[in-house]
Design a protein around this ligand. Structure first.
Ligand code: ATP
Ligand code: MG
Ligand code: MG
Ligand code: MG
Length: 463
């Protein structure tokens, strides 16, 4: 089944269950100061869940463009993480709850009329105390207990915190559905979140059942397509592999799954796709916030090309392949292909101009560190590399980690702060503390942010 067909089938299925089809929200929701990019399908419905808006419907289904900066380091390395991806979702605003959410997910995945995935290949997790969800899976769906794992709050409570310990706001247990690959490893394909509590104040007695319970689900379109198409990674599905091949051609490499070049080509594919969608929405590479993420993605992909021997801008040549693959669901991309190409090329040119000099300085720095058995990259020097050559600190951190060196974020931040004071400008980068910290911070500020979480224990299939 083609990815385009899967997208349509999912939406049709939920429309047939009384859901209103809604469009994807934008990728960069400037209306929502709590996130830089849309992290999940539920983001456009936050106010619906909180009862802040008048509801025109109580069931909705969407295919949402998402981008998760927290997954940048996973891209290329795991079989099924992207920065940009599409999330299919069905939502209930005080309408149906666990029983229907579970029954419909199961019907969609396993019934002959729909995806027809063999039930024996699926297993699920529930929150450790959630006897109700456990009972539905076991008694009503008929899953054997060996296929239902009870997990703690790191995996199966949203937001990831002990139920009585997290931030104020709506929260609840979730149940995730995994597909077992050949070889026994499982990949998470779908998360069903049961928002059933409002948390107010400190424990005990701070979890209050919501008068109207909600459902919020998210299924990764590419992951599900990869399962249905029997592919080794998401990057091998019908609408992504042509981009990988275009990248291989532009870089004059042969693609192979398990090689450094393979990882680089998958990363380039992901990053060009993410940047095409972002630039299309007028988020150009720049010094802060979402613009900085775009800059970082482009520079990271340029570095990958450089490591494969490229010395001239090349990423922009891959944009038409992205548009070709994505224009059916997103026809508006075809209108901006030239603009996106130009913007990307300009950013590449600027970075290529300084990259050789930057890399030779980084090499010298690593050699010097080796001589004195240093283990931590100096934050001052990293700040200087950013200011002089535009090397994003996260990129330097990645290069350092390949040599088992750590990175002095404190020193880097102090140096950038000092620079901001000296130059009288607000030069501090939003992502200066690294994506994990930024993410944690944003989760603290926006307890109902949705899915953007780094799960230390995620079942990562590394390549
Ligand atoms: P993982 O543990 O694999 O990182 P997650 O638990 O962070 O996934 P959720 O927040 O539950 O993911 O998001 C719902 C669904 O979206 C997941 O079940 C998965 O199918 C998909 N998904 C999440 N992150 C990504 C990503 N970076 N790339 C592709 N699909 C993703
Ligand atoms: Mg999940
Ligand atoms: Mg994750
Ligand atoms: Mg997970």
């Amino acid at each position: 089944m083609k990815t385009d067909e899967l997208r349509e089938m999912y939406l049709d299925f939920y429309v047939s269950k009384g859901h209103t089809l809604q469009g994807s929200d934008v990728l960069v929701p400037t209306w929502d100061p709590s996130v830089l990019f849309t992290p999940a399908g539920m983001n456009q419905f936050k106010d619906h869940f909180l009862g802040k808006v008048k509801l025109d419907f109580t069931r909705a289904t969407t295919c949402q463009k998402c981008l998760r900066t927290g997954d940048i380091e996973n891209v290329g390395r795991t079989a099924y993480h992207h920065t940009f991806f599409e999330m299919l979702g069905n939502f209930s605003f005080g309408d149906y709850f666990k029983t229907e959410a579970i029954h419909w997910a199961w019907e969609f995945l396993t019934s002959k009329k729909w995806l027809n995935i063999p039930a024996g290949r699926l297993n699920v997790t529930v929150y450790k105390d959630d006897d109700e969800a456990f009972g539905i899976w076991h008694e009503q769906i008929g899953l054997p207990t060996s296929k239902i794992a009870r997990m703690d709050e790191d995996e199966n409570f949203w937001p990831a915190s002990a139920p009585s310990q997290g931030p104020d706001g709506v929260c609840g247990p979730c149940s995730e559905i995994y597909y077992e690959l050949e070889g026994g490893e499982s990949v998470e394909i779908w998360n069903l979140v049961f928002t059933q509590f409002n948390r107010i104040g400190s424990p005990p007695d701070n979890l209050h059942p919501l008068p109207s319970k909600n459902i919020d689900t998210g299924m990764g379109l590419e992951r599900c397509a990869s399962v249905l198409q029997g592919q080794p990674t998401n990057y091998h599905i019908d609408n992504l592999f042509p981009i990988v091949q275009a990248a291989a051609e532009v870089c004059s490499r042969n693609y192979s799954l398990d090689s450094d070049d393979g990882r680089r080509l998958r990363r380039i594919t992901d990053h060009v796709r993410a940047c095409t969608f972002s630039i299309h929405e007028n988020v150009y590479p720049g010094p802060d916030k979402a613009k900085y993420v775009v800059r970082r993605l482009i520079r990271r992909a340029v570095l990958d090309g450089h490591q494969m021997g490229l010395r001239e801008p090349f990423l922009h040549q891959i944009v038409p392949a992205v548009v070709e693959q994505m224009k059916k669901p997103y026809p508006e991309l075809a209108e901006s292909v030239q603009r996106v190409t130009r913007v990307m090329q300009k950013e590449e040119e600027a970075f290529f101009q300084t990259l050789d000099a930057a890399l030779s300085r980084i090499d010298q720095m690593f050699t010097r560190m080796e001589d004195v058995a240093g283990v931590m990259v100096d934050g001052n020097e990293a700040a200087d590399l950013y200011k002089t050559y535009g090397v994003p600190p996260e990129l330097l951190q990645t290069l350092a980690s390949e040599k088992n060196l750590t990175f002095d974020w404190d020193g880097y931040n102090k140096s950038m702060d000092q620079h901001a004071v000296d130059s009288g400008a607000g030069q501090k980068e939003l992502f200066q503390t690294g994506p994990l910290e930024t993410l944690k911070e944003s989760l603290r500020e926006t307890p109902f942010l949705g899915y953007e979480q780094i799960s230390a224990s995620c079942h990562v299939k590394g390549i």
